[in-house]
Ligand binder design. Structure first.
Ligand SMILES: [Zn+2]
Length: 325
């Protein structure tokens, strides 16, 4: 019960980060939470995790504007994960995992909405992961703090490099058509129903036209990216028909490695890609347009990381018995 309530309270704080970090608002100023619609400060008795959203029917008490279900979902998911971690792991490991899933949840939900993960989550998560591994060496299956620190750093490096290799390999295998521009050219990408308008320079096209086959990828090297009015520096985006991979995902996988170790890196990448393919296939089978399956890669990686935390050892043991007849 304690872990659940703590998780709901932390989830409430994570909501603030998810809302404010991508638009560069400080977490402390304004100190009080406010309604995203009317900006009215929310009194504490209307800001209780889980309970308030339910009691007010998901609406602002002041202006009755709808408050996104996301707020409730983040609090509930955080609460359930905190509880599950507390029940399952020794307390030192559990506290480290609480920190980890907090990063995971912020990264996933920002990625859902903005298709990008800010550095303070990916790089911040990697640093936090190495620090936690030094403090709790059990995270890296060792008793030595030094060994744990080294393993965490190596696992983070593996996470970054392996996804980079996957992307580069994809480029070599499928890179058939290459378009270069003499001068920097702007492109815009605007969601429309189940598809999107894609405009490069003066050429207009539908997004889905670029993905004739399942394996088709579109790579964009951008000097500057603006997503939902937020500026980002140089970014490389890899689009597949069912997922979008940005540079941030390399660092996201690095953070997963720093907390969970090198085996988790491989597992998360594998499980995340598998889930992506399954979801892509299911949406094709039920005849929904290709676009509806398009998700950023972050949530898939987060799914893989959580699956590893709770079931990784079981899966490995099961896999071991398959190999040994
Ligand atoms: Zn309001």
């Amino acid at each position: 019960m304690f872990a659940f309530v703590l998780g709901a309270a932390v989830g409430s704080f994570l909501n603030v980060c998810i809302y404010r970090w991508p638009v560069d608002l400080s977490i402390n100023r304004p100190r009080r939470s406010f309604c995203p619609s009317c900006k009215h400060p929310i009194p504490w008795h209307h800001n209780l995790p889980l309970i308030s959203w339910l009691a007010l029917g998901g609406r602002c008490a002041n202006c009755r504007a709808k408050i996104s279900f996301r707020y409730f979902a983040v609090e509930l998911v955080t609460a359930l994960l905190f509880l599950a971690i507390w029940e399952r792991f020794p307390w030192q490991v559990a506290i480290a995992y609480w920190i980890f899933v907090s990063f995971l949840i912020i990264g996933t939900f920002i990625d859902f909405e903005h298709f990008i993960i800010p550095d303070r989550i990916t790089i911040g998560g990697t640093i936090a992961g190495v620090a936690c591994s030094v403090v709790v060496p059990a995270l890296m299956q060792t008793n030595s703090r030094v060994a744990a620190g080294i393993r965490a750093v190596l696992a983070a490096a593996l996470g970054y490099v392996i996804l980079w290799i996957v992307l580069e390999a994809g480029k070599i295998a499928f890179g058939r058509k290459r378009i270069e521009f003499d001068a920097p050219t702007t492109f815009t990408w605007t969601k429309r129903d189940d598809d999107a308008d894609f405009v490069v320079g003066t050429e207009e096209s539908l997004w889905s036209e670029y993905f004739a086959r399942e394996k088709d990828q579109l790579l964009l090297h951008c000097d500057e990216v603006r997503i939902d009015d937020r500026e980002y520096g140089e970014v490389r985006l890899t689009f597949r028909y069912d997922r979008v991979i940005a540079d941030g995902h390399l660092k996201f996988l690095a953070a997963i490695g720093a907390f969970l170790g090198w085996r988790a890196v491989l597992f998360s990448l594998f499980a995340g890609s598998l889930l992506g393919s399954v979801i892509g296939l299911v949406t094709l089978l039920v005849g929904k347009p290709v676009w509806s399956a398009k998700l950023p890669f972050g949530p898939y990686l987060a799914f893989g990381a959580l699956a590893w935390m709770f079931f990784g050892e079981t899966v490995l043991r099961w896999y071991g018995t398959l190999l040994r007849p």
